[in-house]
Design a protein around this ligand. Structure first.
Ligand code: ZN
Length: 318
């Protein structure tokens, strides 16, 4: 348990698949962590935050929240949030998630993941960093010349929604052929489903409830020689590599960090990207920009959400 006077904040990460939280210390340490399926109503979100607050037996500095979509960090309002979490659109997270009058800070979930890396991880002391969260969708954040980019309305760096495939399918954002329609858990699982549907050679099958195999299982199947899984992942990696090449040319970063649940695949993800990206960016960048994995896959964004509280109270700085 924490020292008696250790500064502790609650970090919450609201994702499309899961909602996670942790009691986070000033050195980014997780004192206790919590996870549930993603909420589908405001009351289930409130109950989750209340249960985390109740489990904390120490004084708290506040609550930090990372949430998908466009978040107005000044007011904590969820400005735009298409997809499964659309019920949060228009909500002020400080009203929704405040417990015991604790102060609530909020920002986009990829930005909180970047905050964690800047405070405690691979991005410490860096001034130009690109981060992608690879999960159900693809999120992004960038530090440019020492400043986290927000854009005019807070929507900047939605890297999952750069157009990769001119003839691609409709994306949740209304655009076509976005990176996230080519590389994301949803894209990988639906491509694998297409193989199942066409009776291709596959190691995996639908479960008893008719559910498609998950991304983790598809990565494992590829490693075990499943030709369909291999094909699906090869195409997905090709898309991600192409997108990373563009981000390197746009941002000229010192470092690229890959986070989100898919980053748990580790070397299976990194290996096919590193050489390809280096080869295609070498002429203009004249160096191999390191691509690394998020410090704490799965809970990096949670720690960073608590980091928002520490930053706001000037206990830490970037
Ligand atoms: Zn899109």
């Amino acid at each position: 348990m924490p020292a008696h006077n250790e500064a502790v904040a609650i970090g919450v990460d609201i994702g499309a698949t899961a909602i996670k939280a942790a009691l986070v210390g000033l050195s980014g340490n997780l004192l206790a962590s919590f996870r549930e399926d993603s909420p589908r109503t405001t009351s289930s979100l409130q109950e989750f935050v209340r249960s985390v607050r109740k489990a904390a037996k120490v004084p708290l500095l506040g609550i930090g929240i990372g949430c998908k979509g466009v978040i107005d960090a000044a007011t904590t309002r969820v400005s735009r949030l298409p997809g499964d979490l659309n019920f949060l659109e228009g909500c002020n997270l400080n009203e929704l998630a405040s417990v015991d009058r604790l102060h609530v800070c909020a920002d986009n979930d990829a930005r909180t993941a970047l905050v964690a890396e800047l405070l405690w991880g691979a991005a410490r002391g860096r001034r130009n960093v690109v981060l992608l969260t690879l999960g159900t969708g693809v999120g992004g954040a960038a530090l440019v010349d020492g400043v986290i980019v927000r854009g005019a309305s807070g929507a900047a760096c939605h890297f999952g929604h750069v157009t990769l495939d001119l003839r691609g399918g409709l994306c949740i954002c209304g655009n076509y052929g976005c990176l996230e329609t080519c590389f994301s858990s949803r894209a990988i699982e639906s491509s694998y489903f297409a193989h199942l549907h066409r009776a291709s050679s596959t190691h995996l099958s639908l479960d008893d409830a008719g559910r498609v195999p998950g991304t983790e299982a598809i990565f494992q199947a590829a490693a075990d020689g499943d030709p369909s899984a291999r094909r699906v992942l090869d195409l997905a990696f090709e898309s991600l590599a192409a997108a990373l090449v563009s981000f390197l040319h746009v941002f000229d970063p010192e470092l690229v960090i890959l986070g989100g649940n898919i980053a748990a695949a580790g070397l299976q993800l990194l290996a096919p990207l590193q050489e390809e990206v280096a080869r295609r960016t070498n002429v203009l960048l004249d160096r191999k920009v390191p691509i690394v994995l998020q410090n704490d896959v799965g809970y990096g964004g949670v720690a960073g959400a608590a980091g928002l509280v520490f930053l706001q109270q000037r206990l830490l700085t970037i």
